[in-house]
Design a protein around this ligand. Structure first.
Ligand code: ADP
Ligand code: MG
Length: 354
């Protein structure tokens, strides 16, 4: 049974019309679902609906199969960590972590020992007596995480908990969140604006736009088989060439007629967008001469591990990415080919349903 089940949930903020529309999502026991999407697409609203801070206009929130509408936020047994740590400044780290147990009526010695144990698990045993103001951002976020986990919640909701941390700390903390989440086997909804973070720690990724859930799938599904051009462009980089199929295995695009692998659902005469990830573009000539291009290098960026080229060809651009160690030189032009089996077909602009 799902830890949290959203069934066709809609909510609009009074007077604004914005919120979420028709979202269905099952958070399975022990899984981590990352929610990504542009700012304002409804991620935090989804969290508030699960937490019970707001009530849906339509649809239902189920917690372990039971309708949650009659439950107040504090009765829902859900741990929450926000972007701002929201610790009590006058309490020590230990007292902060023990606080949810106090609310649940646990005796003092028991709650302090349980909180101390939880602080140890997030690596802060030595900081138990310090107040939030004496802790670094990363340490404060660990205290917030410990406080959200200490009462064995049925689910954990994280709303961009790492965005206030600097880049190097962020990577360490995201792995730590994943470790704790696995250790406690706790169903977790992790909201992030960092798509790399989402791909790296999630069991499944939910992509939202304009209040709607566009796609829910494993990181590999989302990256390799995005449902539309928006998802493709939002998660990683993508070459997107709109066109029309002239045969089951050919599509006419602005950069020319491309050989493709026939795909179910895409027939001759149909409009589609050909998508190719830059790292799937191959440098050099194609053995069979198919989908071969000679382009002028209009941009050549060194990205550390990778090097990205923008090649101008008749009719458009091809973005190509290679390991930066592989190619030396400052070529003014490059020959590349586009492997047909790496080209994915996307539907043309499914008109946004209202
Ligand atoms: P996200 O977390 O994805 O950035 P939110 O869920 O916070 O987005 O917001 C979704 C939409 O609802 C946005 O258009 C936002 O402006 C609007 N919104 C959020 N909170 C309120 C509010 N309290 N009152 C009115 N509109 C709101
Ligand atoms: Mg938000």
């Amino acid at each position: 049974m799902s830890a949290v089940s959203l069934q066709n949930i809609s909510y609009a903020y009074p007077g604004s019309g914005h919120g979420v529309k028709g979202v269905s999502l099952d958070l399975r026991p022990g899984e981590l679902v990352a929610v990504i999407g542009p700012s304002g697409c409804g991620k935090s609203t989804l969290l508030k609906l699960i937490a019970g801070f707001i009530q849906p206009d339509a649809g239902a929130v189920l917690l372990q199969g039971q309708p949650a509408d009659a439950l107040l936020p504090q009765q829902r047994d859900i741990g929450i960590v926000f972007q701002a740590y929201a610790l009590f400044p006058h309490m020590t780290a230990l007292e902060n972590v023990a606080y949810p147990l106090k609310l649940r009526g646990q005796a003092k010695p028991q709650r302090l020992s349980q909180a101390a144990d939880m602080l140890g698990r997030v690596g802060l045993a030595a900081q138990a007596g310090q107040r939030p103001g004496q802790l670094s951002g990363g340490q404060q976020q660990r205290v917030a995480l410990a406080r959200a986990l200490v009462f064995n919640p049925r689910a954990l909701l994280l709303d961009e908990p790492l965005s206030a941390l600097d880049a190097s700390l962020r990577v360490g903390m995201r792995d730590e969140i994943r470790r704790l989440q696995r250790e406690h086997s706790i169903a977790t909804l992790h909201i992030t604006h960092d798509q790399e973070e989402a791909l790296s720690i999630a069991d499944r990724v939910a992509v939202m736009r304009d209040g709607r859930l566009l796609q829910l799938g494993t990181p590999r599904e989302i990256y390799e088989r995005p449902v539309d051009a928006m998802v493709a462009g939002f998660v990683g980089q993508a070459n997107l060439w709109p066109g029309r199929l002239t045969a089951p295995d050919r599509i006419d695009t602005a950069i020319g007629s491309l050989a493709i692998v026939p795909r179910p659902g895409f027939g001759t005469g149909q409009a589609a967008v050909a998508m190719l990830r830059p790292e799937r573009v191959q440098l050099g000539a194609a053995l069979d001469g198919r989908n071969e291009f000679h382009g002028e290098v209009v941009r050549d960026r060194y990205l550390g591990a990778l090097r990205r080229f923008d090649l101008a060809v008749a009719g458009g651009l091809i973005a190509a990415e290679t390991p930066s160690v592989a190619e030396g030189g400052e070529a003014a032009s490059l020959r590349v080919h586009l492997p047909p089996d790496a080209i994915h077909l996307l539907p043309v602009d499914a008109a946004p349903a209202s």
